[in-house]
Write a protein that binds this ligand. Structure first.
Ligand code: ADP
Length: 609
């Protein structure tokens, strides 16, 4: 139940500023007070002056009657000369009009009317003061005179002659002073009231300013807080209600700040999660309009992030499978998933989608759909590589196995009897078995590398390390009359690497260099400082070289430029794939410079320690 609106509340609707409402109320109340006070004062003064005037006149009239009765001017007649002159004399003394009226109401003498006109005057018996004098012994009235047309004070007293009432003596006083005095009183009251109201106006204005100042300060601070400056606070110096209000407002602001911080923390956490997700997320409402989309989605769709809020979902997702999934999720309140592919400038791309309904509002009535989009192109690519690898590996393994089976069958079918054939076939079986062993061992090495087993990083002094490896190949090189050498400038160069894996790297590179270099060629292993921190390690040959179009592919598994030749020299097609893997795991990259028929240089850089 709301309380009844108070006076201030009602007046508060008149002016927009509290101060003016305050001033208005104060002036209104004071003005009412002033008017009442003015009336009381004015009429008190007026009554007092009235009474005084009448008292004085009564006294004068009574005294005049006493004098008249003793002066031997009676009986009363209108042509009594002595009476007339006494009347004029009296008028000049009492400063009033003097009328002598007989008991029948006829005016006998009148100081303000000429003698010949007296008889034409009205009968005065019914004049209020005369009537009152008949009934009460004396009479008074304040009224406009019919004769002189002015407001006058009248007093009348009866005149007695030989104990009989023979007429009335009436004084009429033109109270100019009274009228003037009342006018002065009235003007003074009005001036005093106006001055009082002015003083009150300025007082109320000043008071209003003082009263509203802290309120205005609160309004100003609250406005700034509402505008977003949450670091503002209300002054708590005062100990009164305003101070209490400020303290409460400060508490409210603090709580507001905490709530906002909490919400914005949650929001930024959610935003960060959504932004850093590798999965594209898009929220769609029941009218198929976009509510939100994360950065990953734009990344997956390969478009610049843009404000897509409230746009139609088809503006962003134009693939039928996704559109159908979203609509089905919206209509049937179910989840849908699947994958599809399309072509863009980078080639064939695979996307995986998952659409699930969610409620937008707390009442669970407004529903939307959340779509997760994952780019699985890379995954598909890896899957294809794995399939290829399995196919290639099976194929590579099958070839020597088929040969072994073939030779064994031939032996079983009778070749065993011929010692010559027997030796030849067993030698072939041995060669193919060795080939199988190399293959399996290379595949195992690759598999180990792919399982990311930790590197055993140790300092390797490159000169003695490479010297030893090169020495193991001298015999093999000599067989092909290849000159193998190892050149270096600084014999103290050291690097940090996994010794066992680096042995594999150099064995493969030097072995390849010898294998693919014809007789009388050269193979050089070189250490070349790149700068103070890095050293370049090269394996250089003057062999058959590699056409630029194969430079990328020779590092792939089982890839060989010339399959027959590779097999002939005992290659597995895995060597360079292993080398590349090892170098990359050491944080570097292997490069190849090669010209067909001239030779090749495989090189990579390492940090020196
Ligand atoms: P392989 O066991 O067949 O040598 P690799 O992975 O070591 O397998 O090499 C892949 C292919 O790269 C080889 O089949 C060969 O065609 C080419 N190749 C590697 N090293 C050299 C080289 N030094 N000179 C010319 N060709 C090379």
């Amino acid at each position: 139940m709301g309380s009844k609106p108070g006076v201030m509340y009602l007046f508060g609707t008149i002016f927009k500023k509290y101060k003016w409402n305050f001033v208005f109320v104060v002036l209104l109340i004071s003005m009412t007070g002033f008017i009442i006070f003015d009336f009381v004062v004015y009429y008190s003064i007026r009554n007092y002056l009235f009474r005084q005037t009448f008292d004085e006149m009564r006294m004068k009239t009574e005294l005049s009657v006493v004098i008249l009765e003793q002066k031997n001017l009676l009986p009363l007649t209108s042509n009594n000369e002595a009476l007339w002159s006494w009347v004029f004399q009296l008028k000049s003394i009492v400063n009033s009009r003097v009328s002598i009226i007989d008991s029948a109401g006829n005016v006998l003498c009148d100081s303000d009317v000429r003698r010949e006109q007296v008889s034409a005057m009205d009968n005065h018996l019914h004049r209020p003061e005369v009537q009152e004098a008949i009934t009460a012994g004396w009479g008074q009235s304040y009224r406009i005179s019919d004769t002189v047309n002015r407001r006058l004070f009248y007093t009348a007293f009866p005149i007695h002659f030989e104990k009989e009432k023979v007429g009335f003596l009436r004084l009429a006083y033109y109270a100019r002073h009274f009228e003037e005095s009342m006018e002065i009183v009235f003007n003074s009251i009005i001036i005093a009231t106006v001055i009082g109201l002015l003083v009150l106006f300025f007082g109320a204005f000043y008071l209003g300013t003082i009263v509203t100042r802290p309120i205005l300060r609160i309004v100003g601070t609250a406005q700034r807080i509402a505008d977003g400056d949450l670091n503002r606070s209300f002054s708590v110096v005062r100990k009164d209600e305003i101070g209490a209000l400020n303290r409460i407002l400060n508490q409210l602001t603090t709580r507001l700040k905490q709530q906002i911080n909490l919400i914005s923390d949650e929001r930024s956490k959610l935003k960060n999660i959504l932004t850093n997700l590798n999965v594209g997320i898009i929220a769609i409402d029941q009218h198929e309009r976009i509510l939100n989309a994360n950065t990953a989605l734009f990344h997956i769709l390969k478009i610049e992030p843009d404000d897509v809020h409230q746009k139609k979902m088809s503006a962003l997702l134009s693939w039928d499978p996704i559109l159908a999934a979203v609509r089905s999720s919206l209509q049937n309140n179910c989840t849908n998933s699947g994958e599809f592919y399309y072509y863009d400038s980078s080639g064939k791309r695979f996307l995986n989608y998952f659409s699930s309904p969610f409620s937008i509002s707390e009442d669970e009535l407004t529903r939307g759909v959340l779509v997760q989009l994952t780019d699985i192109t890379e995954l598909k690519h890896l899957e294809a590589i794995r399939r290829n690898f399995v196919a290639s590996a099976s194929h590579e393994l099958k070839t020597p196995l088929t040969s072994i089976i073939g030779y064994a069958e031939t032996l079983l079918e009778g070749a065993l009897k011929s010692p010559e054939a027997c030796q030849r076939f067993i030698k072939r079986i041995y060669e193919q078995s060795r080939r199988l062993e190399f293959l399996v061992s290379d595949m195992l090495k690759l598999s180990k590398l792919e399982h990311d087993i930790p590197l055993k990083l140790r300092k390797i002094k490159l000169v003695p390390f490479l010297n030893r490896i090169v020495d193991t190949f001298r015999e093999k090189a000599a067989l092909k009359k290849i000159d193998i050498s190892f050149n270096y400038v600084d014999r103290n160069i050291g690097i940090k690497a996994d010794r066992e894996l680096f042995v594999t790297v150099f064995e493969n590179l030097i072995d390849n260099a010898i294998k693919y270099t014809p007789e009388n060629g050269t193979v050089q292993v070189q250490l070349l400082p790149v700068n103070n921190q890095r050293v370049r390690i090269e394996v250089k040959d003057t062999g058959i070289g590699i056409d630029a179009k194969y430079h990328e592919r020779i590092f792939q598994r089982f890839y060989r430029v010339d399959k027959a030749r590779s097999r002939e020299v005992g290659g597995t097609g895995l060597g360079l794939a292993i080398v590349k893997h090892i170098i990359e795991r050491h944080g570097s990259k292997i490069y190849l410079d090669s010209v067909p028929a001239k030779g090749s240089v495989f090189y990579f850089d390492m940090d020196m320690i």
